[in-house]
Design a protein around this ligand. Structure first.
Ligand code: B1M
Length: 210
């Protein structure tokens, strides 16, 4: 059994080299890539979140942890590739207006890609109009909205309204997720589904498209 605590600690310390070294050791030890992400990298980030909340860590330190986490994910990502050559459909993903959190959204996009979907990642602080333009340009079937702040949650509703006023809501399924999101909120704003994590998002997209 691989000891993930060193990897989590390196994320907490914002030690990018340490993360890369320990993630590589886990890869060499043939540890399941998803476990490296969930039990090592995300576990570390969860501690960062808890410490950030009680002012035991501050924004510059959190940014270093985020950079270390991203470096680890980038190292593991190629091992998650499903090898599928055909796409099951295109997903447009982004974090909504006013919200700059991108780690969870990128993980969801990565897992969808690994499951055979084409993913267009619009990044963070994405407006409803940008989602509309991307759906049209890519003939997408799914719009995936991420949000991490209670103050930006309602931008998901706004985005769905923009999709409707621009006439494309009927052509796409809208799924949402992120730490403050609940099933009740998802139902209230008229989305087609909610997932708590990246694996759940893949299951949801598969269900909605079949
Ligand atoms: Co921010 N931040 N942050 N932050 N930050 C949170 C979200 C917070 C909970 C921290 C806290 O207080 N404990 C808090 C929000 C509180 C609230 O709204 N009630 C918070 C705050 C307050 C802020 C600022 C306002 C702080 C400030 O400036 N005073 C500010 C806002 C900036 C802005 O967005 N406008 C801010 C800034 C930042 C940083 C820039 C420093 C950095 C982001 C760096 C980056 O993303 N490049 C940051 C970080 C890192 C965090 C925490 C610590 C970690 C987030 C993370 O990456 N988690 C976070 C605390 C926490 O979440 N515990 C926090 C790891 C990631 C794998 O998980 O993102 O939850 P997560 O994604 C999961 C699921 O949520 C789900 O699947 C993912 C994978 O399992 N999921 C989906 C996500 N999107 C989905 C979409 C789906 C389905 C599932 O379908 C479409």
């Amino acid at each position: 059994m691989f000891d993930f605590s060193g990897l989590s600690d390196a994320v907490i310390a914002g030690d990018e080299d340490g993360v890369l070294d320990l993630a590589q050791k886990a890869i060499s030890a043939k540890v399941d890539p998803l476990s490296i992400i969930n039990d090592g990298l995300i576990a570390g980030m969860n501690v960062v979140g808890a410490r950030f909340k009680v002012n035991d860590m501050y924004v510059p330190e959190v940014l270093m942890s985020a950079a270390a986490m991203k470096a680890g994910v980038a190292l593991v990502k190629p091992l998650l590739k499903s090898g599928e050559t055909t796409t099951k459909g295109t997903v447009i993903i982004g974090t909504v207006t006013g919200d700059l959190h991108d780690i969870g959204k990128s993980l969801v996009g990565m897992m969808l890609e690994c499951s055979g979907y084409a993913v267009v990642d619009l990044g963070v602080d994405v407006s409803g109009d940008d989602f509309v333009a991307a759906v049209k340009a890519n003939d997408a079937r799914i719009v995936a909205l991420s949000c991490m702040l209670t103050t930006t949650m309602l931008q998901m509703k706004t985005t769905i309204e923009v999709l409707a006023t621009q006439g494309i809501r009927k052509n796409v399924k809208v799924i949402i997720g992120g730490a403050p999101i609940t099933q009740e909120f998802a139902d209230n704003i008229g989305s087609d589904g909610y997932a708590t994590d990246a694996a759940g998002a893949v299951d949801l997209v598969t269900k909605l498209l079949n």
